[in-house]
Design a protein around this ligand. Structure first.
Ligand code: CU
Length: 123
């Protein structure tokens, strides 16, 4: 009887230990995954143009670029310098990855409205 109580207590504490280790490991994994995520930058397209017209990003690392089209028309984010081209419907956003970029300036434009232009500055 007494042995059973001891055994039950031991089992209960083991269950808590396993649970605690599980929670810590999950937290650590989430933290590591987040740390490894490339930095993200958002470019907004309005009817007046890109905002910002010059977007600064760090050089020599992969970067996520979110292009959000808040203009009233569909657009195509395009960059010959970056070899990227992606259609963004009005009210939508697309994500793309660029880099790692060497320090410098990289032109981009809306291919459906090529006067709308901007630059990514890696610095
Ligand atoms: Cu195009």
């Amino acid at each position: 009887m007494r042995l059973q109580v001891i055994l039950n207590n031991w089992l209960r504490s083991m269950r808590y230990a396993v649970l605690t280790v599980g929670i810590i490991l999950t937290g650590l994994l989430a933290f590591t995954a987040r740390a490894a995520d490339p930095p993200s930058f958002t470019l907004i397209l309005r009817d007046q143009g890109f905002e910002p017209a010059e977007l600064q990003v760090p050089p020599d690392v992969k970067v996520e670029l979110v292009v959000r089209n808040l203009s009233s028309r569909p657009a195509e984010f395009e960059s010959t310098d970056l070899h990227r081209e992606k259609v963004v419907s009005a009210g939508r956003e697309v994500k793309l990855f660029i880099g790692p970029l060497r320090p410098g300036a990289y032109e981009f434009f809306d291919d459906f409205n090529p006067k709308t232009r901007g630059r990514i500055i890696a610095r």
